[in-house]
Design a protein around this ligand. Structure first.
Ligand code: NAD
Length: 352
C-alpha cells in the first residue's frame, strides 16, 4: 500500500512512518517543515520505502498532484499546529493550518477519490487524526466516549474540533470514506522538546529548572506513541468509514507524577554529579489560562470492535522513552541548533 502521511516529519507522523515502513508499506511524507517538523526523525527509514514532499496542506493543488503522482491508496492526516501554549499566543496559524488546511485536504482527497476505479475507491480511506481535547475538561470522575459532546476550551482544541466537523461533513455530504480518531496525550521518541516529557528530560540533563504549571495536579491519560501508531493502522485497516474511535492508554497521571517519575529514572540511569536529586530542579510556574483539569479516554469501542490494545504500560513506556532521549541526545541538540530546518536542507524558506 502507498500511504500519504501529512505532518510525517512531526512527532507522531514520523513514528507512524517508521511503523508503516516496518510493515512493508511505502510512505509519502507531505510536510511543510514548520519549527515542529524534523527530517532527522526520518533517519533510518530506507530510501526505497519513503519519499518526501515539501508542501503546505493549504496548497490544494499540490496535495492533489502528490496523491495522483504517487497513486496513494489512503491518507493519514496528521499535519497540524499542535501546541496549546502557542495557540494561546498566536491562534491565527491554528485556524489556517488546522481548519483551512483540513478543508484543503478534504477538497484534494475528494477530487482524487473521484478519479479512482471502483476497486481502488473501495480501499481508499481518509483517516483524520484528532485529539481528546475537543471534549473539554473532566472533573474527578468520568471518561470521554465517542458520544461526549464537543466542548473545546483552547484555540488549539477549538481548531481541531472544527476540523473534525468538516471531516464528518465530507462523509455525510460527499460520501468520502473518512475515519476520525481522538487520542489522548502521546509520549515517546522524537517528540519536539517543547512538550512536557521531552522538555523535562532535556531540562533535567542540562541543569535547567523543571517548570510545572499551577499545582501540578492536572491529569492526562498518557499513551506510548507506538501504541497510537498501531491503533491508527488498525483503524485504517478495519475501521468503518464515517465512524470515530477514541484512543487512550488508560494511564491517568498528574503532571507532577510524570515529572517525579522521569526524575527518579534519571537518578538511576544518569545520576547527577555531586549526588543531588533531579527533583531539586522542579519549580512551579503560573498556570496556563483555561488549563483543562483532567482528560480521560474511554477506549472501549476500539478495543471491542477492532481488537486494539495498548502494549505498553506507563512504566514500561516511560522507561523506553527516557532511554531513547539519553541514547539520542544529538537528536535534541540538532533540533535546538536548527540543523534540520528546511532552509539548511535547501528546501526553501520556512514561513514560521
Ligand atoms: P507535531 O507538532 O509534532 O507535528 C506536526 C507536523 O505537521 C510537523 O512536522 C509540521 O511541520 C507539520 N505541519 C504543520 N503545519 C503544516 C502545514 N500547514 N502543512 C504541512 N505540514 C504542516 O504534532 P504531533 O504531536 O505529531 O501531532 C500530530 C497530530 O496528532 C496532530 O494533528 C495533533 O492534533 C494530533 N494529536 C497529537 C497528540 C499528542 O499528544 N501529540 C494527541 C492526540 C492527537
Amino acid at each position: 500500500m502507498v500511504y500519504l502521511i501529512t505532518g510525517g516529519a512531526g512527532f507522531i507522523g514520523a513514528n507512524l512512518a517508521h511503523y508503516l515502513t516496518s510493515q512493508g508499506h511505502f510512505v509519502v511524507i507531505y510536510d511543510k517543515l514548520t519549527y515542529a517538523g524534523n527530517m532527522g526523525s526520518l533517519d533510518g527509514i530506507l530510501n526505497e520505502q519513503f519519499t518526501f514532499v515539501h508542501g503546505d496542506i493549504c496548497d490544494t493543488e499540490l496535495v492533489y498532484k502528490t496523491l495522483r503522482g504517487y497513486n496513494a491508496d489512503a491518507i493519514f492526516h496528521l499535519a497540524a499546529e499542535s501546541h496549546v501554549d502557542r495557540s494561546i499566543d498566536g491562534p491565527a496559524a491554528f485556524i489556517k493550518t488546522n481548519i483551512n488546511g483540513t478543508f484543503s485536504m478534504l477538497t484534494a482527497a475528494r477530487r482524487y477519490y473521484e478519479t479512482l476505479d471502483e476497486e481502488r475507491k473501495s480501499r481508499f480511506r481518509f483517516l483524520h487524526i484528532s485529539t481528546d481535547e475537543v471534549y473539554g475538561s473532566l472533573g474527578d470522575t468520568g471518561y470521554f466516549t465517542e458520544e461526549t459532546p464537543y466542548a473545546p476550551n483552547s484555540p488549539y482544541s477549538a481548531s481541531k474540533a472544527s476540523s473534525d466537523h468538516l471531516v464528518r461533513a465530507w462523509f455525510h455530504t460527499y460520501g468520502l470514506p473518512v475515519l476520525t480518531t481522538n487520542c489522548s496525550n502521546n509520549y515517546g521518541p522524537r517528540q519536539f522538546p517543547e512538550k512536557l516529557i521531552p522538555l523535562i528530560i532535556h531540562n533535567a540533563l542540562v541543569g535547567n529548572e523543571l517548570p510545572i504549571y499551577g499545582d501540578g495536579k492536572n491529569v492526562r491519560d498518557w499513551l506510548y506513541v507506538e501504541d497510537h501508531c498501531r491503533a491508527l493502522y488498525t483503524v485504517m485497516q478495519r475501521g468503518v468509514p464515517g465512524e470515530t474511535y477514541n484512543i487512550g492508554g488508560s494511564c491517568e497521571r498528574q503532571n507532577i507524577q510524570i515529572v517525579k517519575t522521569i526524575c527518579s529514572i534519571l537518578d538511576s540511569l544518569r545520576p547527577k554529579a555531586g549526588g543531588s536529586k533531579y527533583e531539586s530542579q522542579i519549580t512551579f510556574v503560573k498556570d496556563r489560562p483555561g488549563h483543562d483539569r483532567r482528560y480521560a479516554i474511554d477506549a472501549s469501542k476500539i478495543k471491542r470492535e477492532l481488537s486494539w490494545q495498548p502494549q505498553e504500560t506507563f512504566e514500561s513506556g516511560i522507561l523506553k522513552t527516557v532511554k531513547w532521549y539519553l541514547d539520542n541526545m544529538s537528536w535534541t541538540k540538532n533540533i535546538f541548533s536548527g540543523k534540520y530546518h528546511c532552509e539548511r536542507l535547501g528546501l526553501g524558506r520556512n514561513t514560521q
